[in-house]
Design a binder for this molecule. Structure first.
Ligand SMILES: [Zn+2]
Length: 169
């Protein structure tokens, strides 16, 4: 099922998600729906708060549905190590058509649970590292515009307010 993606400034996007404690059929259904929703929107990652569910869960697939091996589910994730610094363009399904450069670590290691509740660690670099950081920010209630410079953030927020007034957001 394709879920509705909530857009900024919906309050759920700014709330830290609740830890996932039940690894059941309901969770698996949410995960499947999140992947389907990501592919329908040509995205590479989605966090539960973006579909209005305030939980610490994110789904990532850099292949955009082309390679099942690329499907990643991170539950209750945290970054346990990071290094380097890169400044690259980034987008977000909760901010349609907005792309801006954001500083991120070049390499990160995440610790998370899979859909059965088993803890694992995984390293990511380049786009995967960026994706891990962007999505884990979401489960913490942090949005990429707050990683931009104040000047850029003001411009983006002004643009969004204008679109909202015009009924185009
Ligand atoms: Zn996002």
């Amino acid at each position: 099922m394709i879920l509705n993606i909530v857009k900024y400034p919906e309050p759920v996007l700014s709330q830290p998600g609740e830890p996932v404690t039940e690894f059941n059929a309901e969770l698996r259904k949410l995960i499947a729906d999140m992947f389907e929703t990501t592919y329908a929107n040509q995205g590479v990652g989605l966090a539960a708060p973006q579909v209005g569910v305030s939980k610490r869960l994110t789904t990532i697939d850099l292949s955009m549905g082309k390679d099942p091996k690329d499907k990643l589910v991170l539950i209750n994730p945290e970054i346990i190590f990071s290094e380097g610094r890169v400044y690259e363009e980034e987008g977000c399904l909760s901010f349609p058509d907005i792309r801006e450069k954001v500083v991120r670590a070049a390499k990160v290691r995440v610790r998370a649970q899979d859909e059965k509740g088993t803890w694992f660690e995984m390293d990511g670099e380049d786009l995967l590292a960026r994706c891990f950081q962007h999505e884990i920010d979401h489960v913490d209630g942090m949005l990429f515009i707050f990683r931009m410079s104040a000047l850029k953030r003001d411009l983006v927020q002004r643009k969004i307010r204008k679109l909202i007034r015009a009924g185009e957001w």
